[in-house]
Design a protein around this ligand. Structure first.
Ligand code: NAD
Ligand code: DAU
Length: 333
């Protein structure tokens, strides 16, 4: 099978591309605009593989998409702006990529007559105090990030309803693991702890997330691509939920630091308190998460400790300006 993996230079897309090439023998074409979060370092080990092609381009550019989709059997779309805090301070690119980009990719897949899988998020359902969302729960997004992701989901569903296209949607919970950009909770806290910088916890830190190891999500997407019913959405949730403050304390233990590095900072505006997904529908297709959070977090901390070559250029580059704007203090200060 030859797959077009849009957004394959990012965290989850590059892990998915690696899994498809190595474990499934697929050919993979990555189309990626290389935003600050998309990096060739994420798939450097795949570049010599004869089944791997990288094309630099945006999903909202029909010419780049036409070139990338040629000869492909399916499209998997990871391409997105993905950080909630950036969507609050600067929503522009979120609208362009999620609305126009998804539309351009859908049109190209429709013309090619191939299957299209949209990678989406539990955030489209909004926050839930108790219990879990299923795929029939109403969409109730909170941030410009999740609202534009929800809009993209609706557009994808309309292409099945209207044109009979073979579309699928996978809604994942919070991913963690190797190659995640350090603006996100786990890598940010790991790198700050390793460096001895304060760990900025939003509000009381009692918000709950449902943690999913990235390779488990990648396998879930593969399962839905192979066995999902056209027109359907599938939740892919992690095996464990955890309060942020507990995640942070565990990271401090794993890095040999103590709680004095914790700093409670101003909360994120409109902060969702808890996400939770029921994933029975994808389990019925044969998927199960393999890694529990405790083991996955240990593995992730070890990866960041051992792969400074990957994150040092980030922490010494433009990320410093982002960090200073977001947290009102310089890294290392
Ligand atoms: P990421 O920010 O690490 O990567 C996103 C990638 O998309 C980058 O390589 C970036 O360069 C590329 N990109 C952005 N805009 C583009 C455009 N217009 N054209 C082409 N490429 C573009 O994100 P991630 O965490 O790997 O998330 C991938 C997908 O999974 C997203 O759709 C996200 O909404 C979804 N998701 C993420 C999580 C999570 O916890 N990270 C959970 C569930 C779902
Ligand atoms: O739930 C899936 C979503 O998970 C994905 O769709 C998003 O792309 C991804 O970014 C993630 O969104 P969150 O907002 O849940 O992830 P983030 O890592 O930004 O934050 C996780 C929690 O940690 C959240 O409650 C906010 C909190 N947090 C985050 C940062 C960056 C802090 O307390 N301090 C921080 O510095």
């Amino acid at each position: 099978m030859k797959l077009l993996v849009a957004g394959g230079a990012g965290f989850i897309g590059s892990n998915f591309a690696r899994q498809r090439l190595r474990d499934h023998g697929d050919d993979v074409v990555v189309l990626d605009k290389l935003t600050y979060a998309g990096r060739e370092e994420n798939f450097g080990d795949l570049l010599g593989d004869p089944g791997f092609i990288f094309i630099k381009g945006a999903i909202e550019n029909p010419v780049a998409v036409e070139q990338a989709i040629a000869g492909c059997d399916a499209v998997v779309n990871f391409a997105a702006e993905t950080h909630v805090d950036r969507s609050i301070s600067d929503p522009d690119a979120f609208v362009a990529t999620h609305a126009v980009g998804t539309y351009v990719l859908l049109e190209a897949a429709r013309t090619a007559g191939i299957r299209y899988l949209q990678v989406s998020t539990d955030e489209v359902y909004g926050s839930i105090d108790e219990g879990s969302f299923n795929e029939r729960s109403p969409l109730n997004p909170s941030s410009p990030y999740s609202a534009t992701k929800a809009g993209a989901d609706l557009l994808v569903a309309s292409y099945h309803h209207t044109y009979g296209m073979e579309t699928l949607i996978c809604r994942g919970s919070n991913n963690y693991g190797p190659y995640q950009y350090p603006e996100k909770l786990i890598p940010l806290m790991v790198l700050n702890a390793l460096a001895g910088d304060p760990l900025p916890v939003y509000g009381d830190g009692r918000q709950v997330r449902n943690w999913l190891f990235v390779e488990d999500f990648a396998r879930g997407i593969g399962t839905v691509l192979a066995r999902g019913a056209p027109g359907e959405a599938y939740n892919v949730g992690g095996p464990d939920e955890c309060e942020n403050i507990e995640v942070v304390k565990r990271i401090l233990e794993l890095t040999g630091r103590d709680d004095s590095l914790i700093e409670h900072v101003t909360d994120r505006p409109g902060h969702d308190r808890r996400y939770s997904l029921g994933s029975e529908k994808v389990r019925a297709l044969g998927w199960e998460p393999e890694l529990r959070f405790a083991a996955g977090l240990e593995r992730t901390v070890a990866w960041y400790r051992d792969n400074a070559w990957w994150w040092e250029p980030i922490r010494s580059g433009a990320y410093r300006d982002y960090y200073a704007r977001q947290y009102g203090r310089a890294l290392g200060a």
